[in-house]
Design a protein around this ligand. Sequence first.
Ligand code: SF4
Length: 385
Amino acid sequence: MTAVSLGVPGMPVRPVASRRESRLIQVGPVAVGGGAPVSVQSMTTTRTSDIGATLQQIAELTASGCQIVRVACPTQDDADALATIARKSQIPVIADIHFQPKYVFAAIEAGCAAVRVNPGNIKQFDDKVKEIAAAAKEHGTPIRIGVNAGSLDRRLLQKYGRATPEALVESALWEASLFEEHGFRDIKISVKHNDPVVMIEAYRQLAAQSDYPLHLGVTEAGPAFQGTIKSAVAFGALLSQGIGDTIRVSLSAPPAEEVKVGIQILESLNLRQRRLEIVSCPSCGRAQVDVYKLAEEVTAGLTGMEVPLRVAVMGCVVNGPGEAREADLGVASGNGKGQIFVKGEVIKTVPESKIVETLIEEAMKIAEQMEQDGVAAGEPAVTVS
Ligand code: SF4
């Protein structure tokens, strides 16, 4: 067998764009803005007052790669649970507050890493800003001003007629200015809309008018397929211009799915080191093997592998050798056989029936070497070339 030099993969060669300069805030141990890596967050779906279930879901989110988690706080029982959840969670917890200003104070007192407020629906929010700013400053708690199209301040709805980008931005900047009057700037902002076109424009305007770190989100993006597409398109448009410091993909699906999509978006834009990646062709009339089956079997065999390995599974000799050569490991199939490539070199040719087991065997060897070299972890991602 050919000896292969592996080496440690570096950070992404070329990120999609240089980042917009933004103010740095700390959400617990996670830096947001100021050039810090774009973080991925999600939100629990359990009743926050059910501490066990909420911590269990946070543990699952943490395992899926979630870096910041938000929990709803609609009742006093939920507010009472915050201190325990914030203390026991392995990732920073943000309390999500609507309607009741008293829960903002409860969340700050509970030691949450940040508090999200929705100025559009919190009662007499503007009158409370002085007290909120004082409490947040005392505890070192950042505030997210989270403006949503669905709960926009009535005054702005009347002014603009609907939730336009301008209305969303004016709402956010107005509330930020109230905090600024009290010397409080430990703020990040979101201006979410369910329409990616409106959302993109709102964030562009906001990015041009302030230096606060931005939390990106397409709100109520829909079920997994539609929500994934909407979020990928909107985040891609913004992140490719350097706009966005932390992201939350909103799906009508289990929250761990949101995290997987968010991570994949960042990896696709080279904003994060890519992890295990299966590059498989879509197949066509030239395919000489069942590419779907092969890709599925290889993916299943490598699931759980914790190294950034690129594996090419190609159906014929048109693009096969080229892609297989570019990957860490690959197969180019044809005439009932598979040429196995490792780091650009053909190491062997095996019958079709042995392709999957050979790829998995070689992947294990490379992974072992990568682990010895201390290369970072991850779940597999599938890319169709
Ligand atoms: S690699 Fe071959 S089989 Fe796969 S899509 Fe390209 S031409 Fe078709």
